[in-house]
Design a protein. Structure first.
Length: 471
């Protein structure tokens, strides 16, 4: 596959607000193209190495939309991800929209089945699960065509990749570069489907026993967009994954796309309702970006069982939101209020991970950032005016950054082992406003937070560390 650079050798061009230069070193016998990306707090220097050659395909004429689905299913989500793809296959590509997917599947897993005898006694049976839907332990690229059946993908396999590590950022980068080049469009919707871990990233691959870090997801987008000459404002990024609707995620990917669609909470196995997004209207391919985003958000109403929270974040607004949180963090550090009061207020904000079993203290301390600020602002016990002013600034910035948000409260049910700030009843999401923020202040729950762009560019991590103090 040939990677098309947006600049010629020795020239410099601005793309997505970053200066890109291409320098060739003629003295090297095996030359590599080197691309410099600037515009972030740190200069991001990348070497674009073309992927291994695959059978060439003839690029299609440009369309209104191309939807690129990167489906990392070499894990326990394989049957659910595949089932969702089968639903999308019923819609299929049209003259205005391409649906292109890279689906990575793993080996059949050993599963435990619950067995009950006639007397009602329960036992567990272990057996090798057969991979459903005609699954093979490999990755393939599909061009989705309308039709097929509910049991097996029938769309043509455009390329067979063999065994692939979907947690390797280069695999994502190469898929995006390939998709941009071979399926050109006015707009792109890139959907990353798999497990999500907030600021720690996602895209788990059982074969390599690893995941893709957030900074690697960022690099995959920056490199592929630079190689294909795709402006980020033509790209919408969607996470069909848990916990990715987070300030740290949106800030880390602010140079990757125009907007991000993600959930603050877990998603049920079914994930996004693709037919509700693309199949309800024959004109889905003619949507502009606003209509596409509205269609995604509207689909949640028809998919309430799977999606509890969903939001659209305008990534261009993340710089201001970052600055507002930084001001709040500095106010927390200098505040005369006792650390115990700040902890108590923080832990009263909307919490997530309510349905995880076993309970996760790490994900349970992802708190809605607007609700955190509102709790500080409305607290009658907090008297610090500077802290309240800073909290109000965060609330205003969140309203600008989150252009659409929906959430629902589920039937309340009692759960065991509720953590500080968590109700004994799960299902209440009334404090959701679109984005969480990491509120894990305990040392054993840092999870590599200090390496995130957001932690490096703000004092929020320091503010969290202050909460460890005893009064």
């Amino acid at each position: 596959m040939k990677i098309a650079f947006p600049v010629a050798a020795g020239q410099t061009k601005t793309l997505n607000g970053m200066k890109i230069s291409r320098n060739l070193k003629p003295e090297q016998s095996r030359r590599k193209d080197e691309v410099s990306l600037a515009g972030s707090p740190k200069k991001h220097r990348l070497k674009l190495i073309p992927p291994k050659p695959y059978p060439r395909i003839k690029p299609l004429p440009p369309k209104r939309w191309t939807v690129l689905l990167y489906l990392a299913a070499d894990n326990d989500l394989e049957p659910h991800i595949t089932r969702s793809l089968l639903e999308l296959e019923k819609v299929g590509s049209t003259s205005e929209i391409n649906f292109v997917a890279q689906l990575d599947r793993g080996e059949a897993k050993t599963v435990r089945k619950k067995v009950m005898d006639e007397q009602g006694r329960v036992s567990w049976l272990e057996e090798k699960a057969s991979n459903p839907h005609g699954a093979l332990p490999e990755a393939n690229r599909y061009y989705l065509e309308s039709g097929g059946n509910s049991q097996k993908l029938s769309s043509p396999v455009v390329e067979r990749l063999g065994k692939t590590d979907s947690a390797d950022y280069r695999v994502l980068r190469d898929f995006l570069s390939w998709g941009f080049e071979n399926y050109p469009a006015e707009n792109y919707l890139v959907i990353l489907g798999d497990h999500g871990e907030g600021f720690r990233g996602g895209m788990r691959d059982d074969g390599s026993n690893s995941g893709m870090k957030l900074e690697e997801i960022k690099a995959a987008f920056l490199e592929s967009e630079a190689s294909a000459g795709v402006d980020k404002n033509r790209v919408i990024l969607g996470f069909n994954a848990c916990f990715m609707g987070q300030v740290e995620v949106a800030y880390g990917l602010k140079d990757a796309a125009r907007a991000m669609v993600a959930s603050e909470e877990t998603e049920d196995y079914g994930g996004w309702a693709y037919p509700a997004i693309f199949g309800r209207k024959k004109t889905a391919g003619s949507y502009n970006q606003e209509e596409m985003l509205a269609g995604i958000m509207d689909s949640v109403k028809h998919n309430g069982r799977n999606i509890i929270t969903q939001s659209v974040t305008e990534l261009a607004e993340m710089e201001q939101l970052k600055d507002s949180v930084d001001i709040l963090a500095k106010a927390m550090l200098s505040s005369p209020e006792p650390a115990s009061l700040l902890r108590e207020t923080l832990e009263s904000a909307q919490a997530y991970g309510q349905y995880l079993r076993p309970r996760s203290e790490f994900y349970g301390n992802f708190r809605d950032v607007y609700d955190v600020a509102e709790k500080f602002f409305n607290s009658e016990r907090i008297k610090d005016k500077q802290l309240k002013k800073a909290a109000l600034g965060v609330m205003k910035s969140v309203k600008k950054a989150v252009s659409a948000e929906t959430h629902r409260s589920t039937p309340l049910r009692r759960v065991e082992g509720a953590m500080p700030g968590h109700s004994q009843m799960a299902g209440d999401f009334r404090g959701s406003h679109g984005l969480t923020i990491n509120a894990n202040y305990q040392r054993n729950l840092e999870g590599g937070y200090g390496r995130s762009d957001f932690a490096k560019d703000t004092m929020w991590f320091k503010a969290l560390q202050r909460l460890r103090e005893k009064d």
